[in-house]
Write a protein that binds this ligand. Structure first.
Ligand code: SAM
Length: 256
C-alpha cells in the first residue's frame, strides 16, 4: 500500500490549506508546539503541519511507510522538525502527559484494539490539551462502489469484517463515554471530486484498500466482474468522470 497511498488519498488543496489555517488560528504552534502524530504514514499531512511551525513526533508500525517519509524528508531543502519512531500506537514509548496536541488522520480503521490506541493517545497528551481527528475525504474512492463490492462479497458467502472502526464516530462515542467533549468542524471545506470508475475499480482490484485484504481471490474477482458490468450499465462506460461529493473535517476532542 505504501507506494500507492498518496495517490489514493488526493484532496482539494484549497480546502486542505483552509483547514490547516483554521487549526493554526485555534491552536497556534507557539502554544501547541509539541505534537504527537500516530500513524504518520508518508507524511502527507505531517509535512504541511511541520511547515506551519508544529514540532512533530511521529510513529508508524510500517517500516516501509517510515522509509518513504524519511526519504522524502531527506530530499527537502529545509530541515523540518519531524522525529520518527517505529512503534505500535497501542503501546507508545512515551511518558504520560508529554504532548501539547495529538493529531490523528485516517488511522483507526486499521487497528483491531483501537480503544487501547485511543487510551494511549490520551495518556501521552497533557491534561487540558486537544486530540484532533482529521478526515481528508474519500480520495480516489467512489464510496458507493466500495459498499456494493462488500455486498457482492456477502452475496458469495464472504462477509467482510472491518479490522478497526468503520468511521470516526465510533472513536468519538468512545471518548465521550470516557468524559471527553467533541466538537465537529464540518461542512466548511467541501468540494466535488470527479472520479473515473475504471480508476476506482482498479484500486479495488489491486487491493489498495484495507477492506479488500481478507477477501479470497475467487470472491474478489467475481465481485469485481459483477461490479464492472453494473457500472457499465449504470453509467454507460468506465472512463467517464462521476461526481463524488467530498469534504475535509476535523473533530476537536478535549476535557469538558
Ligand atoms: C491510512 S494510513 C494514514 C497515514 C497518514 N495519517 C495520512 O493520513 O496520510 C494509516 C497509517 O497508520 C499506520 N498504522 C496502522 N496501524 C498502526 C499501529 N497499530 N501502530 C502504528 N501505526 C499504525 C499504517 O502503517 C499507516 O501508515
Amino acid at each position: 500500500m505504501a507506494d500507492l497511498y498518496d495517490e489514493t488519498r488526493v484532496f482539494d488543496q484549497g480546502c486542505f490549506d483552509a483547514a490547516l489555517d483554521w487549526l493554526v488560528d485555534r491552536f497556534p504552534p507557539q502554544r501547541f508546539s509539541n505534537v504527537f502524530y500516530p500513524g504518520i504514514g508518508t507524511g502527507r499531512v505531517a509535512i504541511p503541519l511541520a511547515e506551519k511551525g508544529y514540532r512533530i513526533t511521529g510513529v508508524d508500525i510500517s517500516a516501509k511507510m517510515l522509509a518513504l517519509l524519511e526519504r522524502r524528508l531527506r530530499q527537502m531543502e529545509q530541515t523540518l522538525p519531524i522525529s520518527l519512531h517505529k512503534a505500535d500506537v497501542t503501546e507508545l514509548p512515551f511518558g504520560t502527559a508529554t504532548f501539547d496536541m495529538v493529531f490523528a488522520v485516517h488511522l483507526f480503521y486499521f487497528i483491531g484494539n483501537w480503544q487501547k490506541a485511543v487510551d494511549e493517545m490520551m495518556r501521552v497528551l497533557e491534561n487540558d490539551r486537544p486530540l484532533i481527528l482529521m478526515h481528508t475525504g474519500t480520495g480516489a474512492e467512489m464510496p458507493f462502489l466500495n459498499e456494493r463490492y462488500r455486498e457482492l462479497c456477502s452475496g458469495q458467502g464472504f462477509v467482510i469484517k472491518d479490522v478497526g472502526v468503520k468511521s470516526n464516530r465510533e472513536v468519538v462515542e468512545y471518548l465521550e463515554k470516557g468524559g471527553y467533549h467533541a466538537e465537529w468542524i464540518r461542512d466548511r471545506w467541501q468540494w466535488t471530486s470527479h472520479i473515473r470508475p475504471d480508476i476506482a475499480l482498479e484500486y479495488i482490484r489491486s487491493r489498495a484498500y484495507s477492506f479488500t485484504v481478507s477477501v479470497p481471490d475467487e470472491v474478489h474477482s467475481e465481485a469485481l466482474n459483477r461490479l464492472e458490468s453494473e457500472v457499465m450499465q449504470q453509467f454507460g462506460g468506465l472512463e467517464i468522470a462521476v461526481e463524488v461529493p467530498n469534504q475535509i473535517y476535523l473533530v476537536v476532542v478535549s476535557h469538558r
